[in-house]
Structures are given as C-alpha cells and as structure tokens.
Design a protein around this ligand. Structure first.
Ligand code: ADP
Ligand code: MG
Length: 284
C-alpha cells in the first residue's frame, strides 16, 4: 500500500498513530442472551466468557443458528445481554456507537448516496469539516483501490466492490473494533478469496481488532489469529484455537499440512455440533 496514503490517513486518527495497542479490548463476561420468556424462551447464547486483545483478528465459527450473530450483535450493542456484561475498552456496551464498526453480509450502503458520500457520512456525523470528510473519504477510497469509483452509486458496483466500500465506511469512523457478520457470504468463491486477502492487507495496516463471524472453516483459518468455535444452540464457546500460520497469508496456504491439520480439528468440532443440532430438530 502507498505509504503516503497511510501517512495521510493516520493524520485523522484519534491517536495519530498506527492503531493504538490500548484500543480495542473486548470482554464478554458471563453473557447469556435469551429471546422471549416462559415456555417459548430461546437461549441463543449461554454463559459465555471470553477476552479479545487489542489488534487481534478473531473468527467465531459455528453451525447455523448457534448464536454467532447474536453474540456479535451484543458487542455491536444491537442486542443486550439478559445476564452478564459486554465491555469494549472497559466501557459497558448497551447501545451501538462509532467505536464499533459493523459490516453485514447484505450491503448496508445508502443506495442514493455516491460511494464517496457513503464513506464521508460517518466522519461528517462525527463533526469533521467538509474538507476533512472529503480527505478522509479519498484516503479510504485509495486504500480499498476504488478511487475511480468515487462518484458512482452503490448499485453500479459489483458485490465485491460494494463490500469493500462497506469496510471503508466502517473504518472511516476509526472504530476500536471492526465487527463483521459473514461479510463475504453472498460473494462467489473467487471474489471471496480476493476479499479475504484484501481485508488482511487493510487490517495489517490499520491494526484494529476484528471480530469476524463465519460458518466457513477455510475462511476462519485463512483470516484468524484465533478461532472460537461455538456449540449448537444454546450457543457457547467450546473451543479456542490459536492459528499460528505465518503472515502475510496467500491462497496457497490452504494446501499446507498445518492448514489441513487445523481444518481437520475445526471440522470435527463443527460436525459434532451440527449433528447435535440436527438431532435436536428431529426430536421436536
Ligand atoms: P447464527 O448467526 O449462528 O446463525 P443467530 O444468532 O442468528 O445464529 O440465532 C441464534 C438463535 O437465536 C436462533 O435460534 C434464532 O432463531 C434466535 N434469534 C436470533 N435473533 C432473534 C431475535 N431478534 N428474536 C428472537 N429470536 C432470535
Ligand atoms: Mg448469523
């Protein structure tokens, strides 16, 4: 990445530095999340505790319906724990905030605003001057390689490009943590691989903590420093695997013995949990 772009981008950061080692700590402290009450109550997350260090890239992996999105949404502040606490940088999370950027599977860009306006929106709400907003948006557009698309509407872009804009829009608020809920789930396999590499490049420059939800084992291993595997519903973390594969990572990694061994471990957990979920559904 162009170092002048990075220098320029740093000028707007609250700490003026590469991501501060003191920002982006996530603490999930005995969190349970129950939807509904009485006999129809649904325990989506059950007494889950974990800590994520500043700058870590953590993937949450688990079968469909196990509570991954619910857990992520509790960090985003869209869902509040029924018991326990979520803290980001020691602040108890009860509602969404600009310190936590979110990227969803469906592109949540404003369709009537240009790509540039979409990225500049957060900084303008945060009170930056028009000139600063333009500069921040230009910097992030260059970072994601879409400077030429600045004046296009989201609908004129491919799915992969829209998702890159979504990432830039989230980062333009200088969040302490970036929360991603199956962000590449709707993309074709080839685009998905390119997006994963692109995300790792951005992350290595930006250094923000990333909490990334996926049900794709390969994606989790390729991206993460650490993989948290969730059990079938009611969800809790049943495994915490450290991914010690060298960075920077490229597509060839998937054929190495270390990758295959880790994949075998993950699949064994997932298979057992999916089986449990399937049997529970059958019994009902
Ligand atoms: P995942 O993301 O792992 O597929 P979710 O977190 O979306 O799983 O869902 C976990 C469980 O919580 C599911 O049983 C789902 O039906 C339930 N659930 C999620 N969101 C809500 C909600 N807003 N209201 C009621 N139930 C919900
Ligand atoms: Mg989900």
């Amino acid at each position: 990445m162009n170092s002048a772009v990075i220098e320029k981008e740093r000028a707007f950061r609250p700490d003026k530095q590469k991501h501060s080692v003191d920002r982006g700590r996530i603490e999930i402290d005995k969190v349970s999340i129950v939807f509904g009450s009485g006999p129809t109550a649904n325990v989506a997350v059950q007494e889950t505790s974990l800590e994520i260090s500043p700058g870590e890239f953590v993937c949450i992996l688990g079968p469909s319906g196990c509570g991954k999105s619910t857990l992520l949404n509790s960090v985003a502040g869209y869902v509040n724990p029924s018991s326990g606490q979520v803290r980001v940088d020691e602040k108890v999370i009860l509602k969404p905030g600009p310190d936590r950027g979110m990227v969803f599977q469906q592109y949540s860009l404003f369709p009537w605003k240009t790509v540039h306006e979409n990225i500049a929106f957060g900084p303008s709400i945060a009170g930056h001057s028009r000139k600063e907003c333009t500069s921040i948006a230009n910097t992030f557009l260059t970072m994601i390689g879409l400077a030429k698309m600045a004046n296009k509407l989201p609908g004129e872009l491919s799915g992969g490009m829209q998702q890159r804009v979504g990432i830039a829009r989230a980062l333009a608020n200088y969040p302490s943590v970036l929360l991603m809920d199956e962000p590449f789930g709707a993309l074709d396999a080839q685009t998905r691989l390119m997006m994963q590499e692109s995300l790792l490049n951005i992350w290595s420059e930006f250094g923000t903590t990333v909490l990334f939800v996926t049900h794709d084992v390969d994606e989790a291993i390729f991206l993460a420093d650490r993989i948290l595997i969730m059990s079938a519903s009611p969800g809790c973390v049943i495994a915490d695997l450290s991914v010690k594969l060298e960075r920077p990572r490229s597509g060839e990694l998937a054929t190495t013995p270390e990758f295959i061994d880790l994949k075998r471990q993950c699949l064994a957990y997932i298979r057992a949990e999916s089986m449990k979920a399937f049997e529970t559904e059958e019994a009902h």
